[in-house]
Design a binder for this molecule. Structure first.
Ligand SMILES: Nc1ncnc2c1ncn2[C@@H]1O[C@H](COP(=O)(O)OP(=O)(O)OP(=O)(O)O)[C@@H](O)[C@H]1O
Ligand SMILES: [Mg+2]
Length: 470
């Protein structure tokens, strides 16, 4: 990119500098010739004026002397030509002027004879050198007296031309050098943001999503940079989310494996003991088989809970649009839990203002309520009290399940709804808990677009409040 910009700009610079130098050199040369011609013309006129005055005073003119003197003064060759083309005098030839050809046919003389003055740029056949000639007629009393010609050696003009050429080349070189330096700086300045963008994109593709570009070029490059930043931000979030999901999944799998292993180990252990002869004692056999039955039930519950969670998570839903009679469901659960309630002498108080219905999957709703009420029973002390209160507002149904049981210490509350989270593992396991109940509740509440909150004080009791939109 940088090389392309440099090649392009340097070629443009070279071409334009070459063209301008060429043109300016030739224009300068032309104007130099014009200027010199003008000078020669005024010399001719001055000389003519002097001769004219002498003629008017009736002086006899020594043209040889005049040619020499004027030539010395102006530093150029001076020739006087008669009207018929014969040479009167020539500063360069001196006495030898008599050998010079008739000049009638010389370009400047012809032009002077025609128009009063003439100029030409040609080689002198007398001297074999190139001269710039200017000739002007001298007319006295309406009669052409002579033609004064002043000539300058082209060599001298060429010398000036060389000087001009030299100056043009030097200034072109300086100009090119400056322009090349500027274009290198410009190319660097132009490609720097692109380089930054490339580095940034490379970092992103290498997995560094925190890389951000920040430059203010106020153009499309800045826009591109900002777009890349947004893309990196989005990728970052997506990757983080994926990693989080992956961690949760990994943790879940590890937990599931662990939780399944515990009852399985226990079952295998007791079965082996029985095989080893323990089954001969009927009492021991009964005890062991009972334990195996409890562990198997626990295993079954665990598997059911795991399946329930994955079902809810994957969104596999059945019977979504039933009108659920809230009171009926709660009564069914209380009946189901009756044996434990009676055994622990727990009082259950329910309060429904009137019949309340809610749309949704009845099985899921029941599962949620069962988990909450079962927990209240499970974690209640003997002679405890459980209150179930259902209220209805315009948009919501609020269901409170409150107990005065063992309560939950504050530090456990934020993690309560996580899968497999149990406050007291040994105690919870003793009462048959898997730690999935509240996770399932949370999932079902979300399915109903509702929310759940818990208030608890250790040793005093716990209150769960579920709010579901109607
Ligand atoms: N009403 C409550 N009173 C006191 N502690 C509770 C109550 N409800 C839940 N907990 C605590 O929260 C933990 C998580 O409850 P969760 O229902 O998820 O699991 P669990 O009851 O142990 O097992 P299960 O999956 O069989 O329900 C419980 O282990 C218990 O320590
Ligand atoms: Mg539970």
């Amino acid at each position: 990119m940088k090389r392309k910009i440099l090649t392009l700009s340097i070629s443009l610079i070279l071409i334009s500098v070459m063209i301008t130098s060429y043109l300016s050199f030739h224009l300068n040369m032309d104007s130099l010739v014009d200027q010199k011609q003008g000078e020669l013309l005024s010399y001719c006129k001055l000389i003519n004026k002097a001769i004219e005055e002498d003629l008017q005073h009736g002086l006899i003119i020594d043209y040889g002397y005049y040619a020499e003197t004027f030539s010395e003064q102006i530093g150029e060759r001076v020739t006087f030509v008669k009207a018929d083309g014969a040479i009167l005098a020539d500063s360069l030839m001196g006495e030898d002027y008599v050998n010079m050809d008739n000049h009638k046919n010389r370009e400047e003389i012809q032009k002077a004879l025609e128009k009063g003055f003439g100029a030409s740029n040609r080689s002198s056949s007398t001297l074999g050198k190139e001269f710039l000639y200017v000739a002007v007629n001298l007319v006295d009393n309406g009669e052409l007296v002579l033609i004064t010609r002043v000539a300058m050696e082209i060599d001298r003009l060429d010398m000036m031309g060389d000087f001009l050429k030299d100056a043009a080349l030097k200034s072109a070189a300086v100009g090119i050098a400056i322009a090349i330096i500027l274009s290198i700086i410009f190319a660097f300045w132009l490609t720097r943001p692109i380089k930054t963008l490339v580095e940034h994109a490379r970092k992103i593709s290498g997995g560094d999503y925190t890389s951000r570009v920040a430059f203010q070029t106020e153009d499309e490059l800045q826009e591109l940079g900002e777009t890349l930043n947004e893309m990196a931000e989005k990728l970052h979030l997506a990757v983080e989310e994926m990693e989080k999901a992956e961690n949760i999944r990994r943790e879940f799998v590890a937990n599931v494996t662990h939780e399944l292993k515990t009852p399985l180990t226990s079952i295998t252990g007791f079965v082996e003991t029985l095989q080893d002869g323990a089954d001969e004692n009927p009492q021991i056999r009964k005890k062991f088989l009972d334990i195996i039955a409890v562990e198997t039930a626990r295993l079954k519950r665990l598997i059911n809970d795991i399946l329930a969670i994955s079902d809810i998570e994957s969104g596999r839903e059945v019977n979504t649009d039933t009108d659920i009679n809230v009171k009926e469901v709660i009564e069914e659960i209380i009946n189901f839990l009756e044996p434990v309630i009676v055994k622990k002498s727990i009082t259950v108080k329910t309060h429904y203002p009137y019949e309340i219905y809610i749309g949704g999957n009845r099985d899921r709703f029941k599962q949620m309520m069962l988990n909450l009420i079962e927990n209240a029973v499970k974690y209640s002390n003997e002679n405890g009290m459980i209150k179930i209160d259902v209220q209805k507002t315009e948009e919501m149904i609020n269901i409170m399940v409150e107990d005065n049981g063992i309560g939950i210490a504050k530090e456990h509350l934020p993690r309560l709804f996580e899968r497999f989270y149990r406050v007291d593992k040994s105690r919870s396991q003793k009462v048959g808990g898997t730690g999935l109940g509240l996770a399932i509740v949370k999932h079902i509440v979300a399915l109903f677009d509702g929310d759940i909150k818990v208030e608890s004080e250790e040793g005093k009791g716990t209150k769960f409040t579920v709010r579901l939109p109607i």
